[in-house]
Structure formats: C-alpha cells, structure tokens
Ligand binder design. Structure first.
Ligand code: FAD
Length: 329
C-alpha cells in the first residue's frame, strides 16, 4: 500500500525515468560539427536518456564519432540519398518518424543555420512552440535565453508536451568523447521530397581556425578603413593561430565576407581571448562576443563603448599599435 505522498514520489520518479531527449546531429558525414557535443551537454542537463540522430548519405564516420561522446545512450543512423545537402524538407519527416516511434520529451539541435532550419519545422508539425537559442537549462521545462539583443535574460517555462529546442553552443561545454553508445538504424521510410532539391554548395576554405571553435579571435571594424588593411589583422592572427572576425560595418563596407560577421545577426562566439580592433562596441556587436573570457579593445576614441566591457583597453591608433604588437610577439 502506498500513501498519497509515496504515490506521488513513485509517479515523479516514473516521470523522471521517462524523460528522454533526441539530439539531431549536425555533421558533414565525416565529422561532427562541435555544436552537436554542446547540444549533448544540454541534453544531459535536462536529464534522462540521450539519443542522437545522424542522418546523411555516407555518414558512418559521423555516427561512430557520436557513439564515442559521453552521455549518449543510443545513436540512430539514417542513410539515404534523400539527405544529400541536409535539407530541412527531407530531414523533418525523418525526425517526425523517429519521434513517432520513440516519443521523446525533448528534441534538441544547435542554434546554427542547420538547427534553425530543421527544428522550427519539426515544432510546427508537432504543434508546439519552438524554443530558440537557449543559454541554460534550469529544469526539464524551464530554460534561459537572451532577449533584446542580449541586453536582458529571460527565464521561462514551457508547458508543451514535447520541447523542441535549439541551444547556443558557446553556453554549453562540449561533452567529452570517452563513451561507447550502441548504433541502431533509424525508422526506414521514403524521405525523398519534391519540395526542394539540393544542387551544390561552395564552402569557404581556410587554414585558419573556425570562428565558432577558435580560442583566440581578432576582429576588425570600420576603423580598419579598407579590406586591404585587414592584412594587419591576419598578420597578427598568424602569431596567435587565431581566427579573424569582423563587425557588421566592416562586412557591409565589403572589407571582408559576411561569414566573418560577429554579433546579433552574425556569429555568436565566446573564445578565451577576443581582440576588438577599430570596433566601437554597438550592442548588436556585443551580443555576439560579450561572453568571451578576456576582451581586449584597441580604439583611438577613449569614449568608445567597447571599453566598458573590455578587460584590457588600449587607446591608440590601430595603424601604429597593430604592427608594433605583431612585431613584438
Ligand atoms: C538589426 C541590426 C543588427 C545588427 N547586427 C550587427 C551584428 O551582428 N554585428 C555587428 O557588428 N553590428 C551589427 N549591427 C550594426 C551595429 O549597430 C553597428 O553599426 C556596427 O557594429 C558598427 O561597427 P563598427 O564598430 O565597426 O563601426 P563604427 O561604429 O563606425 O566604429 C568604428 C570604430 O573604429 C574606431 N577607429 C577609427 N579609426 C581608428 C584607428 N585608426 N585606430 C583605432 N580605432 C579607430 C572609431 O573610434 C570607432 O569607435 C546591427 C545593427 C542593426 C540595426
């Protein structure tokens, strides 16, 4: 016989046991995008079993990489030409088929172009609200995200039966790779779609580290005055093995391509060291880099707002300071 108190404890522990998360892996068939490991950490924080879905064309190596991530209990693999190009139109029915079979309580992916494309469609089909770009997990139904370009932090509770969530990678450590999960086939089905057809993609090739995973980032703004002058930053970056980023003003002026843009409408980064050169520190830029561990600002205007969040500031002409710094390193 259970007392009502012990009955509710049993019910609570059954609910806890039933909690389970599906992480939709982002990868290029060969290797994982690091954000997948961040999403697995967020899934572990929610609690319950963590299953990872790897869908691709010849994605054996990516599935094996996921199986090694600590905290993953099962990897579901779906290989088909339909997933060529990882289009949301072909992946959404797959995620729904997986959800239909396993009834996860949470579905997660990184808040990248991939995750932001696939998960809102999944949420719409499940008739729940997509929960975008969380920065923390308080409990299985309570999450934290930023609003107003990162100027306010919102803690909110979701009452939806299935929580469909994208996570901000920089706010969750990458889960370590000392696990050994089992690999199984995802539900079979015809996931080909007439809605879209993948034609081709051109990826930027660079010997420099990715902005998302770089430990050091040197960013340039309108103060650089031209694309040619970004060479000053590339020379300094070579000394650090750093990635180079930019403000939107520098991108809009055509100094550098837009995949270097950091900020509210660019990439969100949180490296060990962020050096802002000739950047004023508009809130939209800060939204993308203010979680960096150490921020250094070089600007000739002592009133520039970037100095308010910088750990170290140098009031100087960048055209003098950067070559001197590069030479001394
Ligand atoms: C909806 C919206 C979204 C946006 N999203 C983004 C975003 O994602 N990322 C982003 O960056 N911005 C974004 N912006 C734009 C943002 O508001 C600013 O306009 C932009 O960040 C300014 O870039 P900047 O600091 O390079 O240029 P400026 O504000 O013009 O600053 C240039 C700085 O360089 C300094 N400088 C000039 N010459 C030198 C020199 N010789 N030596 C040293 N310092 C020098 C100046 O003192 C100045 O502080 C967005 C705006 C909107 C409205």
């Amino acid at each position: 016989m259970f007392s009502s108190n012990s009955r509710s404890i049993v019910r609570y522990s059954i609910l806890r046991r039933l909690k389970s998360t599906l992480v939709v892996a982002e990868h290029n068939n060969e290797a994982l995008n690091p954000v997948t490991q961040n999403a697995i950490t967020a899934a572990k924080k929610i609690g319950g079993d963590v299953t990872v879905l790897v869908a691709g064309t010849k994605c054996g190596p990516a599935s094996e990489a996921v199986a090694k991530v600590q905290g993953v209990s099962k990897v579901l693999v779906a290989e088909s030409d339909a997933f060529n190009g990882f289009t949301a139109e072909s992946l959404t029915p797959l995620v729904l088929a997986v959800q239909n079979q396993f009834k996860f309580t949470h579905i997660l992916a990184g808040a990248t172009a991939f995750g932001k494309n696939v998960l809102p469609r999944v949420a719409a089909k499940l008739d729940v609200s997509p929960i975008s770009e969380i920065i923390d997990v308080k409990s299985e139904d309570t999450f934290v995200r930023t609003i107003y370009a990162g100027n306010a932090v919102l803690t909110f509770k979701s009452k939806d039966p299935v929580k469909v969530i994208t996570i901000r990678g920089t706010n969750f450590e990458a889960a370590p790779t000392n696990g050994s999960a089992k690999i199984e086939q995802a539900p079979a089905g015809d996931y080909k779609t007439d809605l879209t057809q993948f034609v081709s993609q051109e990826l930027t090739k660079s010997d420099r580290p990715e902005l998302a995973s770089a430990k050091v980032i040197i960013s340039g703004g309108r103060g650089l005055k031209s694309g040619e002058n970004f060479k000053l930053l590339y020379d300094l970056a070579d000394k650090f093995g750093a990635a180079v980023g930019a403000s939107r003003a520098a991108v809009d002026a055509g100094y550098v391509p837009n995949d270097l843009q950091i900020g509210q409408t660019g990439k969100i980064v949180a490296p060990e060291l962020y050096i802002a050169v000739g950047i004023s520190g508009a809130i939209q830029h800060l939204a993308g880099m203010k979680d960096s561990k150490t921020i250094v600002a070089i600007n000739k205007d002592p009133e520039a707002p970037i100095f308010q969040i910088a750990d170290y500031g140098l009031v100087a002409d960048l055209f003098k300071a950067i070559p001197e710094l590069t030479e001394k390193l």
